[in-house]
Design a protein around this ligand. Structure first.
Ligand code: GDP
Ligand code: MG
Length: 295
């Protein structure tokens, strides 16, 4: 079933405040591009949208990405920390038509030094005209010669198809990072698991991060709070001990951090219960991997 032509990657949307990043993301995620699997409402959420097609998966994000890879077992994803500029496969650098191009723009130096393909989006061209636009493009070309320049109007959904084509063109080959089917109805559970996993990665060292799998066993949205029960699977008893810590202290602080972040993410009070279980050598166990959603 392996599809060698499949493409998948992270597309980070950066730029000054108010240039239209969120509007652009909505236009990209909302338009025709097949199944929308997840779309959060505000920019403080990390993943705003995942767009799946038969042959591709695009993970959009417009905040400094601290999202850690969901499917760590894939070699190419074993990177401990990702920042908005280094974790992306493609950068959408959003500017607006009535803003003068300049070297002073944020992140420019970093962008120039990185090898990530940059699509320089000139947004809000509905407020501009051809002449001005050509002048703008010329200036941007000088500042960022490697970037593709794409004028759009996110608000009026103008040139979204062109932008999308470029994104697809630059998207690297690879398997989907997130299950395509499951996300649509399980995205909340999925993101809950990701947040918990991230806290584990941040709080423990050495082999622990690579030995855990988080399974959300219960996700109950009640009137005033969300009740989440998660099991953290490890491979060995010794790891269980480390994870829990002295009289539970390590697990407790991980749980607190995860809960706080979950509350921000879901914009609701969260009651989180974490359990640690040993599943011997789950990483080498095919059936177990399937159960966790690995292919
Ligand atoms: P962000 O801060 O970069 O995420 O920007 P937003 O997406 O929140 O947009 C900021 C403002 O610009 C909002 O009022 C949008 O409606 C407006 N805006 C976004 N895209 C366009 C566009 O293509 N044309 C015009 N005229 N306004 C836009
Ligand atoms: Mg925004």
């Amino acid at each position: 079933m392996e599809n060698t032509d499949h493409k998948a990657g992270f597309v980070n949307i950066i730029g000054k405040p108010n240039v239209g990043k969120s509007t652009l993301m909505n236009a990209l995620v909302g338009e025709k591009l097949s199944i929308i699997t997840s779309k959060a409402q505000t920019t403080r959420h990390r993943i705003q949208g995942i767009v799946n097609g038969e042959d591709f998966q695009i993970v959009y994000s417009d905040t400094p990405g601290i999202l850690l890879p969901g499917y760590k077992l894939q070699e190419n994803m074993l990177k401990a920390s990702r920042s908005a500029l280094s974790d992306a496969d493609i950068l959408l650098y959003v500017t607006e038509a009535d803003d003068e191009p300049s070297e002073e723009y944020p992140f420019l130096e970093k962008i120039k030094n990185s090898k990530i393909p940059v699509l320089l989006v000139i947004n809000k061209i509905d407020l501009s005209n051809q002449e001005k636009l050509e002048e703008l493009s010329g200036k941007w070309e000088e500042i960022l010669p490697e970037a593709r320049i794409i004028p759009v109007s996110a608000l009026e959904k103008f040139n979204m198809d062109v932008l999308f084509k470029f994104i697809l063109e630059f998207l690297p080959k690879g398997e989907a990072f997130y299950p395509k089917d499951e996300l649509s109805d399980k995205s909340e559970r999925f993101f809950a698991g990701e947040i918990i996993r991230e806290k584990i990665l941040l709080n423990y060292q050495q082999e622990i991060p690579y030995s855990v799998e988080v399974e959300i066993q219960e996700f109950l949205e009640e009137k005033k709070l969300i009740r989440i029960e998660a099991v953290i699977y490890v491979e060995r008893d010794s790891q269980k001990g480390i994870l829990i810590g002295k009289s539970g202290s390590a697990l407790k602080s991980t749980g607190t951090e995860a809960r706080k972040e979950l509350e921000i993410f879901f914009d609701m009070k969260v009651f989180l219960s974490l359990f640690v279980k040993v599943k011997k050598d789950w990483r080498n166990n095919d059936r177990q991997l399937k159960a966790f959603g690995y292919r």
